[in-house]
Design a protein around this ligand. Structure first.
Ligand code: NAD
Length: 348
């Protein structure tokens, strides 16, 4: 039976925090599907996930892949490449969480394999469907705004080896690859491209104030965009448990200033123009206005299922993830070299 003959069977490998999020989003989407197998090396976690999602606990990754039409890869990062390769070998469309991998070379290999396979695939750069960022992009690309000049992007959260994340693997460089920039702010790097444009060069500094080997907890980067705009990205993993994940973004165009504050999904987003006019949008109104702007579907998981069923390209795919990895790698290279200017195109 092909995937088009009946609702697709959805399988999960890795059943932690983000798998639970995707499972809930699938349910909320109302898109028809059949809950298939799930597998986690932590069987107790798989059982909890199976109970809440209606999935069936299986004994191996291979069993989930063989019995599913489409597969979610939600393990910690250093397992992603192997599991993507297994999905490709089995001819199964896959959703792979961000970051694709712990390093740039593996991300490039994964991009080559995924794009060469012709299979629908999607990565977890979820802010590509965020109402706040979609609306900000509309405001920035509106000709009335004039050219973008500068962006100030700040992202802070408590270091997620504690609190509700409780993920010890984020303190293990083998599994996570690096700290706040790769593990968390690859989203932000992708949003810098989405909002302003391609990044030409970067200069960055990193600190390791928690003393965890290979896991930086602060990065401050200066960014030169190809279109002439400039900007900064500051990302911080602190210990203030009252701040789980907060972003604040200010974009200055010739004739318009745009501010994204508060929630990534619900805003508010505010703007002010050189003619004195101002605007603000948040909550359900923001969602309704931006739903038509989202690629395929406003719900990222509905989008994955629908594109996979129709054998279409997923969005965002690995080509978008690879460009974010390239910029992140350039920032790390700069930080290793005392903030040297690094041309992003030199990362190959
Ligand atoms: N898109 C987003 O906004 C977002 C948010 C959070 C996490 N993530 C990403 O999702 C991934 C998982 O993060 P999380 O927060 O869910 O972590 P988590 O610790 O809650 O869950 C990861 C699970 O993977 C399991 N696992 C590890 N290797 C496995 C394997 N080979 N087979 C089966 N299970 C395996 C672990 O036992 C664990 O239960 C990471 O790559 C992370 O960067 C993305």
């Amino acid at each position: 039976m092909t995937i088009a003959d009946r609702p697709p069977i959805v399988g999960f490998i890795g059943t932690g925090h983000i798998a639970t999020f995707h499972s809930k989003m699938l349910k909320r989407s109302g898109v028809e599907m059949i809950r298939g197998g799930c597998y986690d090396i932590d069987t107790a976690r798989a059982e909890v996930f199976a109970q809440s999602s209606g999935s069936t606990v299986m004994n191996s990754e291979a069993e989930v892949i063989a019995s599913s039409d489409i597969v979610y890869i939600c393990t910690w990062t250093n397992e992603h490449q192997r599991l993507v390769d297994m999905c490709i070998a089995a001819g199964k469309p896959f959703f792979c969480e961000k970051p694709l991998s712990t390093g740039f070379d593996q991300a490039r290999e994964m991009y080559d394999a995924a794009s060469g396979s012709g299979l629908t695939h999607q990565c977890g750069l979820i802010l590509r469907r965020s109402p706040a960022y979609l609306w900000a992009r509309e405001l920035i690309t509106d000709p009335a705004a004039g050219a973008p000049m500068a962006v100030v992007f700040r992202d802070d959260q408590f270091i997620p080896i504690q609190g509700h994340y409780k993920s010890t693997w984020r303190g293990d460089v083998e599994k996570a690859g690096a700290g706040t920039l790769l593990e968390h702010s690859i989203h932000d790097v992708d949003m810098l491209r989405f909002l302003i444009g391609d990044v030409a060069s970067v200069s960055a500094r990193a600190t390791y104030q928690h003393g965890i080997e290979g896991i930086e907890d602060c990065v401050a980067a200066s960014v030169q965009f190809a279109n002439g705009a400039i900007g900064t990205l500051t990302t911080i993993w602190h210990d203030n448990l009252s701040r789980p994940s907060l972003r604040h973004v200010e974009v200055f165009c010739e004739n318009r200033t745009v501010i994204i504050a508060g929630d990534d999904w619900f805003g508010p987003i505010t703007w002010s123009d050189s003619d004195g006019s101002t605007g603000s949008l948040e909550g359900e109104e923001l969602l309704a206005k931006t739903a038509p702007l989202a690629h395929t579907h406003a719900n990222p998981d509905a989008a994955f299922v629908l594109t996979a069923m129709n054998k279409e390209s997923g969005f965002p795919d690995f080509s978008i993830a690879l460009e974010a990895h390239r910029i992140v790698e350039a920032m790390y290279e700069s930080a290793r070299n005392e903030g040297a200017n690094i041309n992003v195109a030199s990362v190959k």
